[in-house]
Design a protein around this ligand. Structure first.
Ligand SMILES: [Zn+2]
Length: 320
């Protein structure tokens, strides 16, 4: 399966459930597909970097230079899973083919898992693969402005804005294109409302030298010293509200609304603080691909990210 910068439906990924079924009849077919995603230019030994290998059974490849054996799933989220790869593939197809994703209960029902906990754990594993930390930075293209703000998620709604004790502050960075549309988003659970970690987050997710738009709160001028162009639209002046705060940071406000609607509509349960980053990852994955008409493309991307892993200790890479 040759990799492609612009994957094509029917060639790089299945377009329909019927295609999905015929492409992946067994684990061997799944392994070959993963191998194409993991080694797009052909096998590369994780031990010595050589190219040649022998297939030595049970999905293992043995390096012709150093004889170390590697499995295509070693060091990926599928590593040491006792579940057949074909079941994982079915889960990935199910999660990516529905527009808003599925709840653990929905996955359990669809795949016939014995326990809710298993389905829940699988969803969390898949979410880990949804956002790669080394992905492209926001605001790298000319004309794009990154809007940076915070919102609150979870807990009881008090009916007013602000930080009630059981709500989690979420930092939101979202691109605004020259035509006024929203681009890609990055999200993070904040340590506390209005903390300096917002600045640190910006340096991690926004391209150096890009333009960042904020509400001008007191920590944001630091962005200038860090090499960003900082635009500020204060919502208050001399203690008086000058504009609707939601209108000032319209991009993050829109993202926050969609995030709340998604968590309430799809996940069906209270979000725990501990697992919040995983939900943010899934939302980010879906939001950044919301204009992709081909659902199979999300299937492709999620599997690609699931096998595109950082180097792991050698003992983890050796299969068998
Ligand atoms: Zn080798």
């Amino acid at each position: 399966m040759p990799p492609s910068a612009h994957p094509v439906g029917g060639i790089d990924y299945p377009r329909t459930y019927q295609e999905f079924r015929s492409w992946f009849p067994d684990d061997q077919a799944c392994r070959e597909y993963l191998a194409g995603l993991r080694w797009p230019n052909g096998f590369e030994c994780p031990n010595c970097g050589s190219g040649g290998c022998w297939q030595v059974g049970r999905g293992l490849r043995m390096c012709v230079q150093c004889a170390v054996k590697t499995s295509v799933t070693a060091g990926t989220i599928f590593h040491r899973s006792h579940t057949p790869l074909s079941t994982w593939f079915a889960a990935v197809w199910f999660v990516t083919s529905s527009k808003n994703g599925v709840s653990a209960q929905g996955l359990q029902d669809a795949l016939g898992f014995g326990s809710y906990e298993t389905a829940w754990a699988w969803l969390h594993k898949l979410r880990r693969a949804m956002v790669r930390p080394d992905r492209e930075l926001l605001g790298a293209d000319p004309g794009i402005i990154v809007e940076l703000d915070q919102s609150f998620l979870g807990g009881r709604s008090t009916g007013k804005q602000g930080a009630s004790s059981d709500k989690t502050p979420i930092t939101i960075a979202v691109e605004r294109t020259p035509r006024g549309r929203l681009g890609r988003v990055r999200l993070e659970v904040a340590d506390r409302p209005g903390g300096l970690d917002m600045i640190e987050f910006a340096t991690q997710v926004v391209a150096p030298g890009a333009t960042i738009h904020t509400d001008g709160a007191r920590m944001f001028p630091r962005l200038t010293a860090l090499g960003y162009t900082h635009l500020a639209t204060p919502a208050t002046k001399g203690g008086h509200q000058v504009e609707n705060p939601d209108a000032v940071m319209a991009g993050p406000h829109m993202v926050s609304s969609l995030l709340k609607r998604w968590t309430a509509g799809t996940l069906h349960y209270r979000l725990s603080y501990q697992h919040m980053p995983y939900y943010l990852d899934e939302f980010t994955f879906r939001f950044n691909r919301r204009n992709s008409r081909a659902r199979g493309m999300l299937f492709y991307r999620l599997l690609q990210q699931a096998v595109d892993t950082d180097p792991h200790p050698l003992k983890d890479l050796i299969g068998g």
